[in-house]
Design a protein around this ligand. Sequence first.
Ligand code: UTP
Length: 460
Amino acid sequence: MDSQSILDLLERHGQPHILGHVQRLSPGKREVFCRNLARLNLPLAFQLYGEFSGQKGSRTDLSSIGPAPIISIPKTPEEIQRREKAIHLGEALIRGNQVAVLIVAGGQGTRLGFPGPKGFFPISPVKKKPLFQLFAESIQALSTRYRAGMPLLVMTSQENREETETFFESRGFFGLPKSQVHFFCQGMLPTLTPGGKLILGDETSLLANPDGHGGSLKALYESGLAGRLKGQGVSEIFYFQVDNPLAKIADPAFIGYHRQEGADISTKVVRRQNLEEKVGIYGMVNGKPAIIEYSDFSPKDYRSRDEQGNIRYWAGNMAIHMISLSFVDRLNRRGFALPYHRAVKEVEGLDPAGRNEKMAGLKFETFVFDSIPLAQKACCMEVVREEEFAPVKNQTGIDSPDTARQAMNSLFRRWLTEAGGEVAPNVQVEISPLFALDQEELAEKLKGKKVVVGEDTYFG
Ligand code: UTP
């Protein structure tokens, strides 16, 4: 859009305060402002505002909800055999360079309040390695194990792209060849006031927010990266969030089940820890698999138990998916298929006098899990929370750096003791992915050795 079309659009959508601001700017700054505006999808924001205004938030009709098929943690010989087959298939796909790994890292991390992108957060229990480093080292270890050039895709927002790329570059891509790492940027939408007005972020730009983790499926396609990966023979994406240091990256069993089922998208779930835990629930809605947000339940339903006394809605979404590239294509071919959601959050922008002010901001976002009901086939797999899920969302308390470090430490201690090691109480243990990716690899490495850990120890 050229500058004049942008100004016309602002006029049509009742934004005189912004037009007035533009007129007060010097010609040079005006040009910068218009250039910044052109990077935002203004028409979409106005359209969404129109669609949402007057609409009341509608809850999912719970009478339409039922349990979805979920591959449980194997117990019977048949289930164990099926898992073995899935692992075999998953490993073959990795070896055949058909799997890429996608980290979504475009979020604003407001709750954590860390000064910098979340992926920089020093998380590991002993070395305090940043999240990005742990993930990159896992990819390196997987690439070595399977002799594969597993591409690492990092989605950032326009806000944190430069910083993120510089972080990887300045640390030598954590040992990965530069050509194995691909950055791409998600879209941004202007944040509006609840009355539909644009907000100035600073003198030459509007306040804007990344368009949600669902934006990864749009940006992957629109950036041309999905096409390039397909051209290289990649067919499946392992998707996860930057804030889960326990994510079992490119888990062969998960990849294998996804392929066995011929799924467009697959999802990992864990059992809800208790009735209080707020998490999206995997289930059937109107005959289709979907994630139902906890806010869509009434408090009573969300806390309900079944006839055996178990938590009724137990399958908690971990935001870990396998997604087929052909599905990404389909979701975009006739315009991006995911619905937008709106959320009102506290934001900081400039008031008309140019002073910083906290205010309510209306954000529009898409969610990756909204693609599940659009799939021809979806698959879901249950895993053990303690082995794979420790999200870092809040500064303190639940889902915080402390709980994530504890989870990492407990897991590594268990791997060690099960491999015959002795670990003193109250010491921290960290096992680098480059030393052992899993319990089996650790047991193999330590075979015939007596390991006694009496102080904080890093295995690297
Ligand atoms: P969250 O929904 O937890 O948001 O994102 P957040 O931005 O990390 O944190 P809060 O809500 O502001 O405190 C879950 C994952 O999705 C990514 C995040 O980077 C995180 O990995 N995400 C979220 C994006 O990549 N883009 C977005 O627009 C939103």
